[in-house]
Design a protein. Structure first.
Length: 181
């Protein structure tokens, strides 16, 4: 029989345990895995780039095209999934942002990736979200944006160009700066 490489109570065992815990925290903090497992993702659009246009159905059954908001409002575009803990954790704050800035020129468009309409609709009803939630069950849109992890959030200016680099964090300060001028 082989003996344990790191005896219980040793400093080395504590160090390995701490390193594994840190790794788990970093993975969770970075977001959930790539939702676009249906092929290679394109390069993520950068600040100043024109946001790739797309059309999807909302949970309400309406066809929504990203370009329909050009010239009318800023868009907080996010990629998410109901099974993703960091995504779910952002929902209460998104609802607050929608309430605070929805009438002041912000449209929140949440693109749910890789799940059927029924699953997404149930989540929207459970959380009572009022912002636009689209369903990309086949992960067609996520690769257009180079999505490799979720949540992924980005602000799109009224011109249709990305305001800043996409991020897993909600860009609350940037939204406030744009809409409270």
């Amino acid at each position: 029989m082989n003996k344990a490489i790191l005896p219980a109570g040793s400093g080395a065992l504590k160090l390995v345990s701490a390193a594994l815990l840190l790794l788990a925290v970093l993975i969770f903090a970075a977001g959930c895995a790539d939702p676009a497992d249906n092929g290679p993702a394109r390069a993520t659009p950068r600040a100043g780039d024109l946001a790739p246009d797309f059309e999807l159905l909302s949970v309400d059954g309406e066809t929504v095209r990203l370009s329909q908001f050009r010239g009318e409002s800023y868009v907080l575009l996010r990629f998410t999934a109901t099974w993703c803990p960091p995504c779910r954790a952002q929902t209460p704050r998104l609802k607050e942002l929608h309430e605070k800035y929805g009438e002041r020129g912000l449209t929140i468009v949440s693109v749910n990736t890789g799940e059927p309409l029924e699953t997404v609709r149930a989540y929207v009803e459970e959380e009572d979200t009022r912002y636009i939630t689209l369903v990309d069950a086949d992960n067609v849109i996520a690769p257009l944006y180079g999505v490799r992890f979720i949540p992924l959030n980005m602000i799109i200016e009224k011109s249709g160009h990305l305001h800043s680099e996409p991020s897993s964090a909600l860009p609350e300060e940037a939204i406030a700066e744009l809409l409270e001028q």
